[in-house]
Design a protein around this ligand. Sequence first.
Ligand code: MOS
Length: 703
Amino acid sequence: MSIGAPVSRVEGIAKVTGRAKYAADHTPKGTLHAVIVGAPIAAGRVAGIDVDAALAVPGVVRVLTAKDMPRFGEIGPPAAVLSMPMQHDEIRFQGEPVAIVLAESIDAADEARAAVKVRCAPQPPIGLGAGKNEAAPSPRMLGEDLDMGHVDRSLAESKFVVRQSYEQPDRHHNAMETSGTVAQFEDGKLTLWDAVQAGANVPPVVAAALGIDAADIRVIAPHTGGGFGSKGYVWPHQILAAACARIAGRPVKLHLRRQDQYACVGYQPWMLQHVSLGARDDGALTAIDHEIVNSTAIADTHVEPSSEGSKSLYACPAIRTRQLIKRIHINVPTPMRAPVEGPGLWALESAMNELAEQLGMDPLDVRLKNYAEVDPLTGKPWSSKKLREAYDAGARLYGWRTRHQRPREEGPWRIGHGMATCSMGNYRFPGGALVRLKADGSAIIEANTHDIGTGTQTVFCQIAASELGLPVESVSIVWGDTRLHPGGPVYGSSATVGTGSAVALACREIRTKLAALGAGDDPGAILRAAGLEELSASGHFTLPGGAPFNADGADTPHAMRTWGAIFVEVGVDPDLGLVRLRRAVGAYSVGRIINPKTARSQMTGAIIWGWGKATMEGSTQEPNHGGWLAKNLSNVVIPVNADIPTDITIHFVDEYDSHASAIGARGIGELGATGVDAAVAAAVYDAIGVRVRKLPIRLEPLQ
Ligand code: MOS
C-alpha cells in the first residue's frame, strides 16, 4: 500500500536540480518586460506623470498610465482587489500601481522605472492610530458574528474571569518565488503562465476585467514556489499583465520585484483581539467573549474571520463573537498560512493559559475539562475527533506532567514550558481528476491542480497507486493547466481532501470497469488480455448542494474540524532579552495520513512558522507616510536553521474520517501553525514570569 508510505516528493528532483520551470521562467518570443511604478505616497492623488526621461532609456517601448489602460469591467471574488488600480488618479496606498514600463529587457524596464516622475497631491494618510473601528461587512463565509447564551450575565456571575487584549502585527507571506504573470494573446486567445495556487480562479476574473470570454483564457501554472495564501486569489498584476499584452500586441512578462510584492499582493493584517473568559471553580467555562479588529484597505475589504475557533473549540454555554475592521491607507490583506484560527487562537489560547493560572489548574486539565464532545454551536456529532488522544500522546512525548522536574535554569537561560490547543476549520472545495490506466501497467493522473511545495502531487500519485494496486513509481501526474481536467485549489489545507478524493473516486471507477473485463491483481494484464491500450475515468469530489465551498461540514450531519496540541520548551536569557526554542512536540487529529514524510514536513514547517510569528516576524507600517518600512528579505526576520533545534517531534493519532473525504483524510498543512504563539508566550511566562500579549515577543519585554 503506498498510502501511508513515506514517499519522497515526485517533483522534488526537478526542483532541487533547477529543472523545474516557474511561471516567469517562460519567455515567449517577442516578450516585453513589464515593471510597475508604484505610488510614492500612501494617500492623495496623482497630479501628473512625466514619462519622457523613462522613454529615453534605450529599449523602453511604452510607459502606460491610467490614461492608457482600458476601463476594466466589474470584477468580484475570487479577485482579491475589486477596486482596480490605474483606473483613476486616486492613491489609496503606497506602492499602488500608477504606471507600467514596458521594455525589451528587464534591466531597461527597471532603469526606466526609476526615471518615471510621479507628481502627487498628497493627503495625510490614515494609519492604525487614526483608523476607526467599524463593523465588518456581511454576509461572509466565515466569521459571522455570534451571540449564544448570556455572555454578559455569565461573566458577571463567574468567580474566575480573564479579560485581556492580544495584538499581532502585519506579516507578509514572502514566498521565494514572487508572484508573476506572463501574458500572451494569439488569435484572440489569451495564455497566462501564472504563479498561482488556484489557476481556475484566474480566467473568470481576467475575462470580466477585459471583457473577453473566460473559455478563451488558458492558465498554465507550472511549479509554484510557495504561496502560503498570497497566490490564492487573483491580484491586479495578473489583470494588468493581460491588459498590457493586449495594448502592446506582444507577450508581456510582469514578474513582481520583491518590493512590489509588498504592495501588489496581500499579507496578514494587524489585529487586536479582546477576549473575556469566565469559569467556575472546577474550570468549566461559563462564557467566551471574543472581539476582533483587523486592519484593511480604504477601498477594499479583508475580514480576518478569527472568531471561528472560539465558536467550536470548547464546550461553553455562552459564546459571543464580533468581527470589526479598521480602514487605513494600506494595500488589502489576504489569508495567510494559517489564516482564521492562526490569529484567533493566539488570543483564545493565550487567555485559556491565563485562566488556568487563575484557577490553579494545569493548562492541559483546563482544556480537558472543557472538551467539546459535540459541536458547541450546532450540537452535531464530529465526523471524527481524536483530540483527547492527541493531548495524551503529545503530553506523553513531551513529558508534560513531569515538566517541572526538569532543570529550570541552564547557564544564563531560564527554562519554561507552555502548551496550547491547535485547531483549524475543515475546508472543502470540489475536486476533480482524470486517471488513465495504460496497458503497460502505468497510470497517469491529469488534474488542473498545483504544488506549492507541500507534496500534493506525490500524495495524489500514492492515492492512485493504492487504489489501482500499482507501485507508486508506475503513477505519474500532469498538473497546472486549465486545459487539464478541472482539479481543485491548493489552499485552505484542502487539496488532499478535495482533489485527492477525486483521484480515489476515478480509480475506483476504473476498478469497476476492470472487474467487468476480467479477474486478476495486475491491472495492466487485464487491459492487455482485453486488447485495450487504455482505460480511463474521471472522479469528482462534490459538496452538499453542489456548493463551491464547505466549511466544517455545514449542511451535512457532521461537524468537521482538525485538532492538535502543541507543547514547547523555551529558554529565556533575561539579561540579553533573548528567547530560544529548545524543543517542541506537536500531536494532531487530522484523519488518515496519506504520506507520513510530507505530513511530518508540513507540521514541522508549520511549527517553525509559528515560532517565527511568536518571536520574530512583523511588518511595520511607517506611521507618518504609510508605507511598509521593509520591502525586501534583508529586513525580514524569520527563523533560520540555527534558530530551530533538531528536536521537533510530530505525532499523528491513528484515525480514519469516513465523513470528511473519500480517503479518510481531513486537512493538515495550516493546523500546525495554530496555537504555537500562545504556547510560546505561556512558556516565556513560565520561564520568567512576564506575560506578553503583543507579538512578536522580542527583546524589550523580556529584560
Ligand atoms: Mo493558505 S492561507 O490557505 O494558502
